[in-house]
Ligand binder design. Structure first.
Ligand SMILES: Cc1ncc(COP(=O)(O)O)c(C=O)c1O
Length: 404
């Protein structure tokens, strides 16, 4: 972000923001009008709320979540209810509350290499120890997860493992989703090792991009594989599918954990913006959210296609260069030959920004664990913000930077 502010003339394939032209002005105005034109509803919405969040919104969230599960494969086995939800200020607040609640300094969180770099910062902030495990085109590798748990047990560190974090849909940065088989396997592994540890190892399923799917069917959530409802925390948000400015996110989680999160949240803010929760509840109930989300999906699908065809056009003849074809989300993950570093201090980054005036997110930021073990030859390219022409132009400039 700092680089973007310092170089406003540079075409950004870095920013993870949503497309400004897609933001739902009319829908939000209509929802605000229908709340504020009814005196008692208006006054309620402008009053303090509760730290768990508006009950009507939580009921809408349960319906919304169950509807998504119903359209996933195979069909869901669990129904969510309003009393399992907490509304948060974006899903980012939930991630931070969970880290505060679950992790003491020195505790271990297992993540995929690569993963959402802002959460890596949160883990760092609470003094947790992050272990990055290999992932492939199906997401976090379960054999690697089991092997790491065995290793930690053998060195007497299993008791420090508290959390496994996965971005289940269209991972930021790689665009890869956790495969259906691995979802059930992940839950089974967490339960098995929780038993061996004698305390819970939670799975945090970050589903920030769940609504942004462009082709194929959607797998059921990791949360739905947790039949006992004691292992998986599901984090969701309306930032990507509707508006990040409203800062409405939510968590769906086991009851005892929800109580701790509620207590901590109460101490921090008495509840997230009540008015925005009323807006979201209205938008979900009126069907305007669903219509808007479908429009946003269609627009991002075109942008994803534009970035992939520009990648073909400009990079296909470069040996050692490859990229993921994401079925959703906002990012294309590009890999350069191992000797080509992409970091802020690399010649490539300087050439891209100073000479070609294009910016990307260096992949090394997205790796947890020791700095010297991070892969340095990836770039996260975002197709969210730029127009279709901007995407092609950005890829053309990036190509010149890479060719040197
Ligand atoms: C994977 C992931 N999780 C969570 C978030 C947090 O988003 P928000 O707080 O707007 O819900 C983001 C934002 O980019 C993200 O990429």
């Amino acid at each position: 972000m700092q680089q973007g502010v310092e170089h406003p003339q540079v075409l950004s394939l870095a920013a993870g923001l949503v497309d400004a032209s897609s933001l739902p002005l009319t829908e939000t105005l209509e929802a605000a009008r229908s709340i504020l034109s009814d005196e008692s509803r208006g006054r309620l919405a402008l009053q303090y709320g509760t730290s768990l969040g508006d009950l009507r919104l939580r009921q809408q969230l349960a319906e919304y979540h169950n509807r998504l599960e119903r359209t996933s494969v195979p069909m869901r086995t669990r129904e969510a209810t309003a009393d399992e939800f907490v509304c948060t200020t974006g899903s980012q607040q939930l991630l931070a509350l969970l880290a505060d609640t679950l992790l003491d300094p020195g505790d271990i969180c297992l993540v995929a290499a690569a993963t959402y770099f802002v959460f890596l910062g949160v883990l760092d902030g609470v003094g947790a120890h992050t272990i990055a495990l290999p992932a492939d085109e199906h997401g976090l590798r379960m054999d690697a997860l089991t092997a790491e748990l065995q290793r930690l047990e053998s060195v007497g560190e299993l008791s420090r493992v508290k959390l496994i974090y996965v971005v289940s849909e269209f991972e930021n940065p790689t665009g890869i989703s956790l495969s259906l088989d691995r979802r059930a396997e992940l839950v089974a592994i967490a339960k098995d090792w929780s038993r061996r540890r004698g305390e819970m190892i939670y799975v945090l399923e970050d589903a920030a991009y769940r609504e942004l799917h462009y082709d194929g069917s959607m797998p059921r959530s990791v949360w739905s594989c947790d039949a006992d409802g004691d292992t998986v925390i599901h984090a969701g948000t309306f930032s990507k599918s509707f508006s990040p400015g409203l800062r409405v996110g939510f968590g769906l989680m086991p009851h005892e954990l929800r109580k701790s999160i509620n207590d901590l949240k109460g101490n921090q803010d008495f509840g997230s913006a009540n008015f925005n929760q009323h807006l979201l509840a209205e938008l979900l109930a009126s069907g305007r959210f669903a219509t808007h989300a479908a429009e946003v999906r269609a627009a991002y699908r075109l942008k994803r296609d534009a970035m992939l065809s520009a990648a073909d056009e400009f990079f296909a003849d470069l040996s050692g260069v490859s990229w993921v074809h994401p079925h959703g989300g906002l990012y294309v993950w590009m890999t350069l030959p191992p000797h080509v570093a992409t970091g802020f201090d690399s010649p490539l980054f300087r050439r891209a920004v100073d000479v070609e005036q294009v910016m990307y997110v260096p992949g090394e930021l997205c790796f947890g664990g020791p700095r010297e073990q991070r892969e340095r030859n990836h770039m996260r390219l975002s197709f969210g913000v730029q127009s279709i022409d901007g995407i092609r132009e950005g890829m053309r400039r990036l190509n010149r930077a890479v060719r040197g």
